[in-house]
Design a protein around this ligand. Structure first.
Ligand SMILES: C[S@@+](CC[C@H](N)C(=O)[O-])C[C@H]1O[C@@H](n2cnc3c(N)ncnc32)[C@H](O)[C@@H]1O
Length: 501
């Protein structure tokens, strides 16, 4: 975790990631953190869009088009689309994006007859191994390339403005004895006034920035391939059907990787390159399956899952049913989300939840917790939203696709770029405390929560809340059995308090 913590310390994040024999990888507060403070910002290491949404997501900056399709694309494979010429140029540059390396494999995968889940996981694996290869070549990440390009464009714009200003004729050059001079003099007053106003505005800006700095989280943590290798894989927990399926697919996966020359990996930085085995393919696939987050279009009535992204650092947060943090994925709905916005949303949802608690059921989970925290793990996404979006989105929106001309900016701003995920403290967190998020709908009762965590995340939850509620259940069941005993009844088993696998 050395490099993640290095970034955390350098960027002034209030947390670090540690590894312990009991908790595995987990996030820890390095100082007292007040409620609402930003904890960490992350961007995906790899992201893949489902085939039927491929025209709507920019392959480089992950911008999603909720109204139509992007027109920039790779004409060779027709599998990757871009929001702009800039993003396309990054992907197509052999020294930067190197899309050519996976172009043929993507074309082959597109015609491969397999279910959507399998295909999207393989695409994600391909992207992960491609990024591992790029790291070994010393290539910049898509995020850094995009940022650098933006900076260069800004510099160019500034230079052009400066050149224009230098070219503009001065009063002396134009003579200065005619009417224009008077106008120019007024212009000069105007300029002084504008300069004063700009100075004042920038002073105010500075003050605002200083204020924001207290609550600021800076650049996103960028992960590397070795962080992906640290993700928990539940390969041993696969059922017979999954094992049989992936045993069959792993050879195909290896042959697809071969087309792109991505059949090698190192298990530690600077380590020796080794041929990837089919066992390693299965372990990586399982790690991607259990750790990928869904990417959602939340402009629709019911959020639509259009792909998956892997944010290793975000996957190092453990779960608690009484969590102290939450994560928000930038999806373009909000330009800038603050801790206060998150707390406000939580309050609203809490009120809504208490109004409807009586009627809430397990099946509500996709529209409650996940909407509330605006983040969803793909396990739940695959189980619900992603399947339904296949049917509804393809026939409704895909059919009515509106294309955006290459010259037009498809969005008013570049909101939602890189699907930045930001973690916020939802209560005061003392130094040294574990930082946890919730993987599930915490409105569910104890038994349902434990069942969901066991089936989707393979662990029996013993968080403070589960333990407290379990004790309460134990007390009430023992008091009811005592009273029954008193009346001559038989003692009952504590059935159902601990779900078994
Ligand atoms: C997304 S990972 C979290 C990071 C993980 N601890 C690691 O070592 O990488 C999810 C996995 O962590 C473990 N985990 C998370 N929260 C837990 C908890 N409250 N109790 C026990 N295990 C937990 C489970 O094995 C779960 O499948």
């Amino acid at each position: 975790m050395e490099h993640i913590n290095h970034i955390c310390r350098d960027e002034g994040y209030p947390i670090v990631i540690e590894n312990s024999p009991t908790l595995g990888n987990h996030a820890l507060a390095v100082r007292d953190i007040p409620q609402g403070e930003g904890l960490l910002r992350a961007i995906p290491y790899a992201a893949e869009v489902f085939d039927n949404y491929k025209k709507r997501m920019c392959h480089i900056c992950l911008l999603y088009h909720n109204r139509g399709s992007f027109m920039f694309r790779c004409q060779d494979c027709d599998q990757v689309y871009f929001c702009s010429e800039a993003c396309k140029s990054i992907a197509m540059d052999p020294a930067v994006g190197a899309h050519a390396k996976i172009c043929r494999t993507l074309r082959k995968l597109a015609t491969w007859n397999s279910d959507r889940h399998t295909k999207s996981i393989i695409k994600l694996l391909l992207q992960v191994l491609m990024n591992h290869w790029r790291e070994r070549q010393g290539m910049s990440t898509a995020y850094k390339s995009r940022k650098r390009l933006q900076e260069m464009q800004e510099e160019q714009k500034q230079q052009q403005q400066e050149q224009q200003q230098m070219k503009a004729p001065t009063d002396q050059e134009t003579g200065g004895e005619n009417l224009d001079v008077a106008v120019d003099n007024h212009g000069e007053d105007d300029r002084v006034y504008k300069q004063l106003a700009a100075d004042l505005a920038s002073q105010l800006d500075l003050k605002e920035q200083q204020q924001q700095q207290e609550n600021r989280i800076q650049e996103p943590v960028e992960n590397d391939f070795y962080d992906v290798l640290r993700l928990q894989s539940h390969f041993e927990d696969w059922d017979d059907e999954d094992t049989k399926d992936w045993n069959k697919q792993s050879q195909t996966v290896l042959s697809l990787l071969k087309i792109s020359g991505l059949t090698e990996m190192a298990t530690e930085p600077g380590g020796e390159l080794k041929a990837i085995t089919s066992l390693e393919v299965k372990k990586l696939i399982s790690a991607l399956e259990s750790n990928a987050f869904g990417m959602f279009d939340r402009t629709k009535k019911k959020p639509v899952c259009f792909g998956r992204a892997i944010y290793p650092v975000a996957s190092f947060f453990n779960h608690s049913c009484e969590c102290n943090a939450t994560a928000v994925q930038a999806d373009g709905a909000e330009e800038q989300i603050s801790g206060a916005d998150v707390l406000e949303t939580l309050d609203l949802e809490e009120n809504k939840a208490s109004d409807s608690r009586e009627t809430r059921s397990v099946t509500d989970k996709d529209t409650s917790t996940q909407d509330l925290s605006a983040v969803a793990r793909s396990d739940s996404a695959t189980a619900s939203n992603s399947d339904s979006c296949d049917a509804t989105e393809t026939c409704t929106t895909e059919g009515a696709t509106t294309e955006v001309t290459p010259t037009a900016d498809p969005y008013d701003s570049r909101m939602g770029e890189f699907r930045m995920m930001t973690f916020f403290a939802i209560c005061d967190i003392p130094k040294g405390e574990d930082i946890t998020i919730s993987y599930i709908d915490t409105e569910m009762p104890l038994h349902a929560r434990r069942l969901a965590l066991l089936s989707d995340y393979h662990f029996h939850c013993c968080c403070v809340r589960c333990s407290r509620e379990e004790r309460k259940e134990d007390r009430s069941s023992s008091s009811s059995s005592n009273s029954k005993k008193g009346r001559g009844g038989k003692s009952k088993d504590k059935k159902g308090s601990k779900p078994r696998k």
